[in-house]
Design a protein around this ligand. Structure first.
Ligand SMILES: *Cc1c(COP(=O)(O)O)cnc(C)c1O
Length: 236
């Protein structure tokens, strides 16, 4: 693999190519650089190459990096890992986005604990789109009711849906999972035409971002292709 700056160029071109191939407007897909288990220097290198949005899975690790990079203006921090109730206060105070909201209790806490001095927290509902028992996320069928409730919470801006389909499944079923997520976002937009958010499909990673973009992703979450393999790839 090349330098982080080189990798940024490669990934950016992959995104552009997939966006064009799908006949979608240029700039309709954002890159979230997933920096879990990577040191602050790596994020600094990506930021020097123009990257603003970073995704982190572990609160403590993320906060240490935020503090180490406090001199960099305008970074945008996205929490994408599982959320424990006792972590919501710090997540609500330190992050701009949370992609992994999968129950109303957590949504309520994030809304209540979002500081008044900050704009509403951008969130996505995490969908268990493969219906795997072991994975976190809400079943697709339960999304409309959860979205109705979350849209009432003043501290949150419901931006859309996120999923992590098993990347090792056959391409056709992966595509089906992405499509199901896109269809659900369309349903929510129809049910809530006046909602301010509902503009985000957070789907696609290093290995499958082209398929996700073809199916409507507006934000791809890319770690390995930017920063190289992580030490313990079995863990998310
Ligand atoms: C780690 C992670 C990614 C990035 O995965 P890569 O395959 O390294 O690109 C994306 N989304 C979530 C939720 C993750 O935990």
């Amino acid at each position: 693999m090349g330098s982080i700056a080189d990798n940024m160029g490669v990934v950016t071109r992959r995104i552009q190519k997939a966006t064009m191939a799908a006949n979608r407007p240029a700039d309709s897909v954002r890159l979230l650089a997933v920096s879990k288990r990577k040191p602050p220097e790596d994020l600094r290198a990506a930021a020097a190459a123009g990257q603003k949005a970073f995704g982190e899975n572990y609160l403590q690790e993320a906060v240490e990096k935020m503090d180490a990079l406090a001199d960099l203006p305008d970074l945008e921090w996205h929490f994408i890992g599982p959320i424990q109730s006792n972590k919501t206060r710090d997540i609500a105070a330190r992050f701009d986005w949370v992609h992994s909201v999968d129950r109303l209790k957590i949504a309520r806490r994030l809304s209540d604990q979002r500081p008044d001095s900050l704009p509403p927290l951008n969130i996505c509902l995490q969908v268990n789109v493969d219906n795997e028992d072991t994975k976190s996320g809400v079943a697709l069928a339960d999304i409309p009711a959860l979205a109705d409730a979350v849209l009432e919470l003043p501290g949150l801006n419901l931006r859309g849906l996120m999923a992590i389909p098993d990347p090792d499944q056959p391409e056709a079923s992966l595509r089906q999972s992405f499509r199901a997520l896109a269809d659900m976002l369309g349903r929510l937009r129809q049910a809530h035409p006046d909602a301010k958010g509902l503009d985000t499909l957070s789907m696609g990673m290093s290995g499958d971002l082209e398929i996700a973009i073809a199916e409507g992703a507006t934000l791809v979450r890319v770690g390995t292709a930017l920063f190289g393999a992580r030490e313990n790839p079995q863990q998310t």
